[in-house]
Ligand binder design. Sequence first.
Ligand code: 3NM
Length: 210
Amino acid sequence: MNRNILNLYFIMGSQNCGNADPLHVLESALKGGISCFQFREKGEGARQGEDYIKYARSCQNLCKKYGVPFIVNDDVRLAEELQADGVHVGQDDELAQHVRVRMPGKILGVSVHTSEEVVSAIQAGADYIGVGPIYETKSKADAKPAAGLSFLTKIVTEYPELPIVGIGGITIENAKRVIEAGADGVSIISAISQAEDVQGTVKQLLNIVK
Ligand code: 3NM
């Protein structure tokens, strides 16, 4: 996997966009230059059934138009059906080693919060890991307490070859610190999905992370 795709990794579901049209938010982020997109349609307000699949396909088509990888959060069946570029799983989702077998040749990302989880993710064949939450987040109801940069720094030092993206509460104000700590990139929901000027915010973030 080209680790540069992690540089500015936008995660979004329609539940993260307030009153804005999520497809408009996504296209603005793509125009701004995000390097990767994760479809994470879950929680209160998330679409269901046919609407969910149709909306996922629309997001995927937009990503294709801009040549940006389309990664599905958690839902391996959806990823298979859409032939997504990859899947991202957390510790409570389907086991990473099972996903690896189901999705050969696709990008596999795993969220980790401890050293043991990093080892398991590597053994499972993860292409990259997401380390968080670095800062406090309101976008994940069951998020762990903010860990700051110390755990990220430790993992970056121990596994220099492993592509790593930081996540949780990352904004224009603090993104530079995450990159300076050694992450390949930043994963962001709210600082992009709820920005007044999505495209401009993405451009500013890109200047920081590149
Ligand atoms: N995973 P925001 S934190 C989806 O720690 C997710 O694994 C996390 O949203 C983890 O950029 C998080 O709005 C939410 O803080 C990130």
